[in-house]
Structure formats: structure tokens, C-alpha cells
Write a protein that binds this ligand. Structure first.
Ligand code: SAH
Length: 239
């Protein structure tokens, strides 16, 4: 696929996904701001169907686990070829295997990925992938949380969505990023909009005062209160 520069000359951020279910992409990535940015060429999405590299008439991609046990494992030889094909198309970007064993995905990782050329994401299925592929291709294992999905596709979409909304020009007002949850180690303050009164509940008076310094201070205090109550560990420095 041609590498189309954006109108301001920056190359588009490139997402490549290796999957057995290419037809579920772009799925939710096709709507709203992220979808508009895709249409506008701010980022590109290429899917690579692992099945195309499958073996034999049935294009087999998996086999039973060495040592026995339940389920099937994606074969190293098949994945090696699929990864090399995706790499040829997106050579500079980090190569990530979505995996519950991986480093936890967070906003800092999203920021770092968004500031680079893009990402190549391998979505596993079944019991996962042959371990040898991870070392042989230098895959970085990344987890989206401490639970087990049935496949890596939703995790790939989570990573892409989070990164793309950080790309310059994707959000209408870039300053809206600055106060978001996880920036500055804080969860976001509460948001309100019209109507002013709803089911007997009113918007906090201060937000209607027009006093921007007071509003800023209130929001900061609320963000600190909510973070202390719900996620105190976010305030502690990371290792
Ligand atoms: N047997 C594996 C789980 C396999 S789940 C284990 O116990 O670790 C099948 C696929 O779903 C994985 O290969 C991975 O790509 C994806 N997956 C599942 N949970 C995930 C998570 N929390 N984060 C990222 N990817 C996940």
C-alpha cells in the first residue's frame, strides 16, 4: 500500500494488524473522530490475513500444543512468514504481540507509540502463539488488562484507538487532551452540561460562575479527590 503523506507533509501513522479475522477491521475504528481521521489519511490501517500463510490445501495455521494439553497453538513457521510480510509493509514501527502476559498498556505507552511511525500488532487466537516467534521476531508483548480475551483483535483495536486520538489533528481541540484521565497522574474531574437542573440535581454553582481561576481550582481539587478515592496508586511514582 502506498505511503500517503498527510496534507501537512507528515507521513500518516501506520497501523498494521496480523489476524485470522481481518474482516472485522476497521469495525469501530471506522466511526467518529478516529474514523474521520482514517478517511482524512491521518493514519492508515492495513490488515494481514494470517490464513494466507497457512499450510496445505486447508491453509492450516495452528496445531496441537507440544507436551499435550487443551486447545491449539498458532504455528511459528506460519506466523514468521506473516510477520515478515507485515514488516515489509511497515518496517519502522514496533512489533507488538497482544498477550495477557505482556506489559500493561497505558496512556504513557499510547503516547510513546503515537509519537512514532506506527505499530504492527499481532492478534493471537486459541491458546496463543508458539513461543519461539516472540524471540525470533523480537515481539514486544503488551496486555490490555488482567483478563483473558478470546482473541487479540479487540486488544489491537483498543491500542489503535487510544493512539490515534493522540495524533495531531485528530481531536477537534487538542487542549482537551491535557486534562484527561491519566495525564498528570490524575483521573478526570466531573463533567456537566445543560440542562442546569435535571431531576432535582443541579450543576455545581462554581461551574456557572464564569470565574475561570476558581473553576480550574475546583476541577483540580475534584480530580485529586476522585483519584485518591479510586486509584491512589496513580499518584505514586512509577518504578
Ligand atoms: N492461553 C493464553 C491466552 C490465550 S487468549 C494465556 O493463558 O495467556 C487468545 C489470544 O487473545 C492471545 O493470543 C492474545 O492475542 C489475546 N488476548 C487475550 N487476552 C488478552 C489481553 N488481556 N491483552 C491482550 N491480548 C489478549
Amino acid at each position: 500500500m502506498a505511503h500517503i503523506p498527510t496534507s501537512d507533509g507528515r507521513p500518516a501513522w501506520r497501523a498494521s494488524v496480523l489476524t485470522l479475522f481481518a474482516d472485522i477491521f476497521p469495525g469501530p475504528l471506522h466511526v467518529s473522530l478516529v474514523g474521520q481521521a482514517l478517511d482524512a489519511g491521518l493514519w492508515s490501517l492495513t490488515t494481514h490475513q494470517i490464513r494466507e500463510f497457512g499450510l496445505g490445501r486447508h491453509r492450516q495455521v495452528d496445531d496441537t500444543p507440544a507436551g499435550g494439553g487443551a486447545g491449539m497453538v498458532l504455528r511459528a513457521d506460519v506466523l514468521g512468514q506473516a510477520i515478515d510480510a507485515a514488516r515489509a509493509d511497515n518496517p519502522e514501527s514496533p512489533l507488538i504481540y497482544l498477550s495477557p502476559r505482556g506489559r500493561p498498556f497505558d496512556q504513557a505507552m499510547a503516547r510513546s507509540l503515537a509519537s512514532g511511525p506506527g505499530v504492527v500488532l499481532l492478534a493471537g487466537r486459541f491458546e496463543g502463539i508458539d513461543e519461539r516467534v516472540i524471540a525470533a521476531r523480537g515481539l514486544i508483548e503488551v496486555s490490555i488488562g488482567d483478563y483473558v480475551l478470546s482473541g487479540g483483535e479487540l486488544a489491537a483495536m483498543v491500542v489503535i484507538d487510544t493512539c490515534v486520538r493522540l495524533l495531531p489533528g485528530v481531536l477537534g481541540a487538542p487542549e482537551s487532551l491535557a486534562h484527561e484521565s491519566f495525564e498528570n497522574g490524575l483521573l478526570e474531574y466531573p463533567q456537566y452540561t445543560r440542562p442546569r437542573e435535571w431531576e432535582g440535581r443541579s450543576i455545581p454553582e462554581i461551574l456557572l460562575s464564569g470565574d475561570h481561576r476558581a473553576i480550574e481550582a475546583w476541577r483540580r481539587a475534584e480530580a485529586e479527590r476522585i483519584t485518591a478515592e479510586r486509584r491512589p496508586e496513580l499518584r505514586r511514582p512509577k518504578h
